[in-house]
Design a protein around this ligand. Structure first.
Ligand SMILES: Cc1ncc(COP(=O)(O)O)c(C=O)c1O
Length: 441
């Protein structure tokens, strides 16, 4: 029986839950909370794991700004209830500030990026509408679609493949005359930067394709900018703004809990039209039936947002993207003679000229590699199925503005040391007639 589970189930429910967890254990995919000691703030490990890409979580400027705003604020604690029932003046003021900064007609806050995606996709698509999504789209979009009126009309397309996207649209338009006449709508869900792959959605091509296939303007693009907020575009306004596509996108999601380190909350904002804002206020259950963000959360998001406005984020993003270019360049050289299955960079990443702070290191043995790096004082986490597709296990490296070239050199050395250990183990195994000897590294 599995570690931590009671060996005898007392009820049928317990038996089923234990069986599911045991099955995950046997397949090596059981999730566990990481040991608190693996986090840099408590253990001094080099952080190659968190989404704090701009290292703002440890910024003294942000901290001072936040503390000073908290000191001066009339209200800090709680918010009192749902946004629809309590004083949301602070929330509305932040929304107005965000809408103006991002060049959007309207903005609406959600308690998290997860809630925002669930809220939007669960209510905006109407009966007869269709939702198509990149196969790597975030779980929260799936959860939204699943409870929407379009739940029986959802279709994935191959990650970032415009040819596959076109084929799918052609088929849907053939099968559904209402899409052709403009009586129903098609929504496309993508992430501007994919969190597990570091790949970028081809936003320009997606927009062009929708314009071509939907002359009635009933094909809508919805872009999740959770991982590109603060990093791309003027003042960190995201990829949509970088590409000047604001007017071509129905809704954009920006989150404050990742690069913007909004302490104490995961505030997020959907930038969209006043009509959709109004509709969300009326129908998005993850907005209506929940206590709205506390005043402290709003102040934290507002303080983080100052770092976008004053140009700090842009400076820091340059730092992290330069580091990413350096890391990928150096690692690519070192991986030349390493078997792909042991360690490799994904092909998409090698092709892309735009750097990203997220760099997946593909390996069939992500857990041992991550464990090895941990022994060397570095935290880069293994990512396995079901978070990523089967056969695409990896160690995901997230770089930060606070990481240095010497940190990154250390990471590369650590990986190469592990590769050598694995190769030695393989040779020994071959000499032992296939009997696998575990690497000592
Ligand atoms: C692409 C994407 N969208 C949405 C979310 C959810 O955002 P939040 O952490 O604010 O709930 C995440 C975070 O896990 C994400 O990676």
């Amino acid at each position: 029986m599995t570690r931590g589970l009671r060996s005898i189930a007392e009820t049928s429910l317990e038996a089923q839950l234990i069986s599911a967890l045991s099955s995950r254990e046997e397949r090596g995919i059981r999730r566990r909370l990481p040991e608190p000691s693996t986090f840099s703030c408590t253990s001094g490990l080099i952080d190659f794991n968190s989404n704090d890409y701009l290292s703002l979580a440890s910024s003294p400027t942000l901290r001072d700004r936040l503390l000073s705003k908290l000191r001066d604020a009339p209200d800090i604690l709680g918010s009192g209830g749902s946004r629809l029932l309590v004083n949301g003046q602070a929330h509305s003021a932040l929304e107005a500030r965000l809408a103006q900064f991002f060049g959007s007609p309207a903005a609406i806050l959600f308690n998290s990026g997860f809630d925002a995606n669930v809220g939007f996709f669960s209510c905006v698509p109407q009966i007869g509408d269709v939702v198509v999504y990149d196969e790597y789209i975030h779980a929260s979009v799936h959860d939204g679609i699943r409870t929407s009126r379009a739940r029986d009309a959802q279709y994935p397309f191959e990650h970032n493949s415009i040819p596959k996207f076109r084929t799918l649209l052609t088929k849907l338009l053939d099968d559904r005359p209402e899409l052709k006449t403009g009586q129903s709508s098609l929504f496309v869900a993508v992430e501007s930067l994919y969190s597990m792959d570091g790949t970028f959605a081809p936003l320009v091509e997606l927009v062009q394709t929708l314009d071509e296939f939907f002359p009635q303007k009933n094909g809508y693009l919805v872009v999740d900018e959770a991982h590109s907020t603060g990093i791309y575009g003027p003042q960190g306004r995201g990829r949509v703004a970088q590409l000047g596509l604001e007017s071509k996108v129905l809704a954009r999601l920006h989150t404050f809990g990742k690069a913007l380190a909004a302490s104490g909350g995961k505030c997020s904002v959907i930038l969209t039209s006043p009509l959709i804002r109004d509709y969300l206020l009326n129908y998005a259950r993850s907005l209506i039936y929940t206590t709205s963000l506390s005043f402290a959360n709003i102040i934290a998001a507002d303080s983080s947002f100052d770092m976008l406005m004053d140009g700090t984020a842009q400076q820091l993003s340059k730092k992290v993207l330069d580091l990413s270019r350096y890391f990928v360049g150096e690692l690519r050289q070192r991986l030349r003679d390493v078997p792909l299955k042991l360690l490799s960079l994904p092909v998409d990443l090698q092709r892309s000229s735009l750097p990203s702070p997220i760099i997946p290191i593909m390996t069939t043995r992500p857990r041992p590699l991550s464990a090895h790096l941990l022994t060397l004082g570095m935290n880069a986490r293994p990512i396995t199925w079901p978070t990523v597709p089967k056969g695409k296990d990896r160690v995901r490296v997230c770089l930060h503005a606070g990481n240095t070239r010497s940190d990154v050199d250390r990471l590369i050395e650590g990986m190469m040391q592990w590769v050598e250990g694995e190769q030695v183990a393989e040779i020994c195994a071959a000499e032992n007639g296939g009997h696998v000897v575990q690497s000592k590294l």
